[in-house]
Ligand binder design. Sequence first.
Ligand SMILES: *Cc1c(COP(=O)(O)O)cnc(C)c1O
Ligand SMILES: [Zn+2]
Length: 410
Amino acid sequence: MKNVKCLKCIKCGKEYEALPDATTCECGGILDVIYDYDYIKENFTPDDISSSDNYTMWRYRPFLPVEEDTVQPPLRVGWSPLYEEPRMAEKLGIRKFWLKDDGLNPTASLKDRASSMGVAKAIEAGYDTIACSSTGNAASSLAGNAAAAGLKTYIFVPERAPIGKVAQLLIFGAKVISVKGNYEETFELSKAAIDEYGWYNRNAAINCYLMEGKKTVALEIAEQLGWKVPDYVALSTGDGCTIAGVWKGFKDLYNAGFTDKLPKLISVQSVNTCPINRAVHTGEPWEPMEENTLADSISVGVPRNADKAINAIIESGGIPVEVTDDEILEAMRVTGRECGVFGEPAGVTGMAGLTKLCKEGKIPADASVVAIVTGNGLKDTANGIKAAGEPIKLEPDIEKFRAVYDELNK
Ligand SMILES: *Cc1c(COP(=O)(O)O)cnc(C)c1O
Ligand SMILES: [Zn+2]
């Protein structure tokens, strides 16, 4: 890999050769992929990328840690739409607002970006089986992307995972272990099984390449804005890999001279489960919290990428903000009604946090903001109904309908 120098521990700084099945540092720290930005600068320009007809996340190969002959996995991941939303901007009281709908990925979440990378690296490393633990989306996404590439999967999910996500796993032919325990216990079991059976590890806290897949959402936002960077990017935070990836993506572009600015990151968590945000607020090391929000994808009490996430929020001069379950349900309704985009609870939590900050006057009126919808609402229809309410139930009788119509239009 000419564009990659090495892998470097974020804790002790030790450097490693970038092997495709590298895991964590011997000190336990998470590794980070270190690029040769001079090489990238000398060999690629923004125009090279803009003129690519590969409309997937793999159009950003100059910024991805793969060999030249690494095969792009089959599912079409990335290049999700970035919708400009002037009515929403007005409602929020900001100058410009865009919604990045990553629920439109093949298995309907941003996790597909990490899974596509994981599958590519597993094949590069010569594995035929890949495993992970997940609150739901990493699992369903791995199962789908691996199925398309002909790899076997073992998946560990906590038993609370919504049925839509479990259905995806089973349809994609994964061996699904529904763990009678919380996410932390699920993660530990998967780790023990992976160590014992020697599968390729798609856990974002252990496999540093996955974040490199996730960062492509930031590369896309910049390219879709004409290689411009918004003032703020709002998104939900669980394990912390996504927000760390978003930061890495914007920094990559900046370091390679593709853009001239960095955004501030708005990290949104639940008031009940916010170990990463709490650490940023207090300046203390993060501590475990209970898992207690209906936004299952970010119900993470023991975040596995906390250090990278906390760095990202602080380095960007970002804002940590916490929201209630009711505010998340409200964001589901508003995003659906104003933008025609149906997000799962964690999918619109970024939007919920942005709304709260705007109401509190914490975002300047001349700001430009992107909110990322990280997962599709069809994965969790029970919470969709909870947010939006039941339909009007009626006998097949026009008289009765007229009464309802008059009521609705009073
Ligand atoms: C995984 C996930 C997140 C959070 O990403 P982390 O890397 O765990 O912080 C947010 N929204 C959705 C829909 C997710 O699936
Ligand atoms: Zn180390």
